[in-house]
Design a protein around this ligand. Structure first.
Ligand SMILES: Nc1nc2c(ncn2[C@@H]2O[C@H](COP(=O)(O)OP(=O)(O)OP(=O)(O)O)[C@@H](O)[C@H]2O)c(=O)[nH]1
Ligand SMILES: [Mg+2]
Length: 444
């Protein structure tokens, strides 16, 4: 057996009262780190697991369920940046993956695409989880442009495969994340921000299922929102506070940078929406309906929306909103389209930013009639290095030029000593050192 530690099957005690089994699986270095963060956040009633081809990374994870893949192929030294090795590692130990997802109703997959394990193993894990009958939702990061075209291509290919087997795939471009924080921010700070976005998405779905609220959502209802398969997934979050919390939430959602990615240029509304509103004990149905009205007008339709309204007594007069929209397989991903910088939009309200100050930014001018998902009309093919010509801040454009990696590591130069110990990105284990940031724990 190649398991890093032998894992006993889940026990009855692992099940919550309703018998629902939820598991969050972090794949590869970035995924392992993201799950470690979730453990720090203390997500109750959910099983956590980490999967890797890299013994060293697994050994430092805080998670007890560790699954080592492909030891016979990689000797525990990672997939070395090769997605095909990552895929083979998962394939050779697919029985371990089957055990890991056996009987689980909802599987979250977390990974950084671009490296070997995340890109190669995650699609296969998604396929196995789907085959076992689970609802499969993935949150993945896309590499920085400056990580080089090979990683970008691997990530694009993995994303296409993932969409075939997941009910929803939320992709977070690292370039975008970096733009949301201070110019002097390090790669590690961008990764910490990525982990925060992932945590928000996972936590939001979790809270709909497990926290008490004005409108509770059972798993069957939630599942009905994920009937669309293979298409793009819309994902946005916003917060508001005080007297004008509803207006703030609505405005901040429109400014959420994740809703302004270039891949959403040929857009229509989502086929299905999941809207989760969390507020303090003073949250009212009037507030909920006001927000719902705006969200459905903008992103979908009320008929095809699953709404959750959760009470978190620690929130006081704060409101948080998460919107997830799914589309059909016809809206297939176009590999090669790259993220180009958009003006940073209200980053401060979107996620905590350790040590980093938000950049000065103009709000994005939104066309209220613009639609938000790719239509089935094919978008023009873009060259691998072509930047989308969406809204761009010319002042920052040069920062996202595409030098050859070997000429200039740009942003990564500042972190080389800490992150890579003289190695290049193909040994990305070291990216994780020291990026865990303690965050406030909120329990239902
Ligand atoms: N959010 C986040 N992203 C990361 C982190 N480390 C790396 N990344 C990103 O994720 C991509 C994949 O890196 P890893 O997860 O380390 O790679 P891997 O999947 O373990 O693959 P191999 O090490 O080649 O087997 C990188 O190209 C980065 O873009 C991290 O700690 N957090
Ligand atoms: Mg690795």
């Amino acid at each position: 057996m190649n398991n890093f530690t032998s894992e006993s099957p889940l026990q009855a005690a692992d099940l919550d009262a309703s018998g629902l089994r939820v598991k969050i699986i972090g794949v590869g270095g970035a995924g392992n780190n993201a799950v470690d963060r979730l453990k720090i956040d203390q997500l109750d009633q959910v099983d956590l697991a980490v999967v890797n081809t890299d013994t060293k990374t697994l050994s430092v994870s805080l998670i007890s369920e560790k699954v080592m893949l492909g030891r016979s192929i990689t000797r525990g030294l990672s997939a070395g940046g090769e997605a095909e090795i990552g895929r083979q590692a998962a394939d050779v130990d697919r029985h371990l993956i089957e055990q890991m997802v056996n009987g689980v109703d909802l599987v979250f997959l977390l990974a950084g695409l671009g490296g070997g394990t995340g890109s190669g193993a995650t699609p296969l894990i998604a396929e196995i989880a789907e085959a076992s009958g689970a609802l499969v939702v993935a949150f993945v990061t896309m590499p920085f442009t400056r990580e080089g075209s090979r990683r970008l291509q691997q990530a694009d290919e993995a994303l296409v495969k993932l969409r075939e087997h997941c009910h929803a795939v939320v992709s977070l471009p690292n370039d975008l994340l970096l733009q949301q924080i201070d110019e002097q921010a390090t790669v590690m700070e961008a990764f910490a921000l990525a982990d925060e976005w992932i945590s928000k998405g996972v936590r939001s779905i979790w809270s709909m299922l497990f926290m008490q609220g004005l409108i509770n959502v059972d798993f069957a209802t939630l599942k009905s929102a994920f009937t669309c398969r293979g298409g793009k997934t819309l994902f946005g979050t916003a917060e508001g506070e005080g007297e004008h919390a509803v207006a703030d939430v609505i405005r901040n959602l429109d400014l959420c940078p994740l809703l302004h990615l270039p891949e959403n240029r040929y857009l229509r509304k989502a086929d299905r929406l999941i809207v989760n509103i969390t507020g303090g004990t003073s949250l009212t149905m009037t507030q909920v309906h006001e927000i719902l009205q705006h969200v459905t007008d903008r992103f979908g339709s009320k008929e095809h929306t699953v709404l959750g309204a959760v009470i978190d007594s620690e929130l006081g007069d704060k409101l948080t909103l998460t919107v997830i929209g799914t589309t059909d397989v016809g809206t297939s991903h176009k590999p090669g389209k790259r993220y180009a910088p958009v003006p940073a939009a209200n980053a401060a309200s979107q996620a905590p930013q350790p040590k980093a100050k938000p950049r000065q930014a103009e709000p994005i001018a939104l066309d209220p009639d613009a639609e938000l998902f790719e239509t089935k009309v094919e978008a023009p093919e873009l060259d691998e290095h072509e930047i989308d010509d969406g809204p761009v801040d010319p002042g920052k454009q040069s920062e996202f030029d595409f030098p050859r990696l070997e000429d200039n590591r740009g942003l990564f130069e500042r972190t080389e000593a800490n992150l890579y110990e003289g190695e290049d990105l193909d040994i990305p284990t070291y990216l994780r050192r020291g990026i865990k940031v303690a965050v406030e724990v909120k329990k239902g």
